[in-house]
Design a protein around this ligand. Sequence first.
Ligand SMILES: [Zn+2]
Length: 101
Amino acid sequence: MASELLDTVQSKLSKASKELKDLADIPKIKGMPMLLGNITSHDNEFQESIEDLEVMWEDVKNLIHYFFCSDCNKFISTKYYDSVEKKIRCRCGKLKYEWKI
Ligand SMILES: [Zn+2]
C-alpha cells in the first residue's frame, strides 16, 4: 500500500538525510484522505472532490521534484553518491542532499 511505501521512505530518510526528510514532508502526503485506508470503499458519504485531487496531485508532484531531476531525467540515487561531499545526487548533480550511508 502507498502508506506503507511512504513509511519505508520516511524511515530511510530519518536515518540517511535529515535535509531531504524535512524538505519532502512525507507525513503531509500520508495525511491525505485517499491514503487513509479504505475510506473510499467503505464510507459512501465520503466524496472526493476534484479540488481535493488537485491539491493532492500538487503535493505529490512537489514531493517527486525532490527526488526526480527533470534536467537529467534521473531519480537521485546512491549510484551517484558523492563520497567527498557525502551527498546523494542525481546523475547531473543538480539535485544534491546530505546523505549518510
Ligand atoms: Zn540531474
